[in-house]
Write a protein of this length. Structure first.
Length: 293
């Protein structure tokens, strides 16, 4: 029989399940509302949906480097309590989702969740997560995921904190495949990934900082200068100096290296490029910390 929008809305209201889940349940059960409800309960979907609005401040950030060091992926999987996050079963859920991310080239979280789950193609990644929620008895969701593919002239590195709550990846491009595969380059990406974890820069360099953010910093600096009674003729110069100091503080390349504050990340990159026999450019990085935006 034909499934109407009204039927789907009613099932959603009665179970709290998602629209697509309700539509599928009705289709699988020829429009029988009672059977569709039982179907959703068996799948654990209704219960999982009702948990969805609970706070998920715990969990694990998983990560992996693959394709001979040219690709890397991170995934943040959240749950409600640290007890569940440390549970072996939850760890297996994160491992399975990360394994799927290694196979997936989805550009965003929505596309990732809509894909058929690796090893269980009859259900989507989203359905797998909902079933996981039913199994753990807590709300479970994939909050963020990111993947880098550097190509033959590139290299990626990863740092993952021992508690599983913070992980970073970094991508560089070298002047040749030989330079990209040099041990110095492989060492460099690991050093930078570690540094990003510790220092939390917001961009590789000033070109990656939004113009509106710089303007906001300039306005604040100008206001502070006026509050302290500085002459109007000096205010622009003072503000420019504070913006430059801000950029040195929040962008990766000018930051002092966490292992040796006597050199900057830019100098570290140049030194490793010389060791590798070519030029190396830092393209991008990602930093996923549990519960942070």
């Amino acid at each position: 029989m034909a499934i109407t929008a009204k039927d789907v809305a009613e099932l959603r209201q009665r179970t709290g399940a998602g629209m697509m889940d309700c539509k599928k349940a009705l289709e699988e059960n020829n429009g029988d509302m009672t059977a569709a409800i039982e179907y959703l309960r068996k799948k654990g979907i209704a219960k999982a949906e009702k948990r969805a609005d609970r706070s998920t401040s715990e969990g694990i950030v998983g990560g992996d480097v693959f394709n001979h060091g040219t690709s890397a992926a991170l995934i943040e999987v959240a749950c409600e309590t640290d007890f569940v996050a440390r549970n072996e079963d939850f760890g297996k859920i994160v491992t399975a989702l990360l394994a799927h991310r290694v196979q997936s080239t989805a550009a965003d979280i929505e596309a990732f969740l809509a894909e058929p789950m690796t090893g269980s193609p009859s259900e989507s990644v989203e359905e797998y997560v909902k079933a996981a929620a039913a199994k753990t008895g807590e709300a479970v969701n994939v909050k963020r995921t990111v993947r880098f593919d550097a190509g033959a002239n590139g290299q990626v590195g990863m740092y993952r904190h021992h508690n599983g709550k913070l992980a970073t990846i970094v991508q560089v491009t070298a002047s040749s495949p030989e330079v990209a595969n040099h041990e110095a380059t492989k060492e460099l990406v690991k050093y930078i990934a570690e540094h990003v974890a510790a220092s939390a820069p917001i961009a590789v360099d000033r070109s990656g900082v939004p113009a509106e953010k710089l303007e906001a910093e300039r306005r604040v600096a100008e206001g502070q200068a006026r509050e302290t009674g500085k002459p109007e003729a000096m205010i622009e110069k003072i503000a420019t100096g504070k913006v430059e100091a801000y950029l040195k503080d929040v962008t990766l390349m000018p930051q002092p290296w966490v292992r040796d504050a006597a050199i900057t990340i830019a100098q570290l990159v140049a030194d490793h490029g010389k060791k590798a026999g070519g030029a190396i450019t830092v393209d991008r990085f990602a930093r996923l910390q549990l519960g942070a935006e």
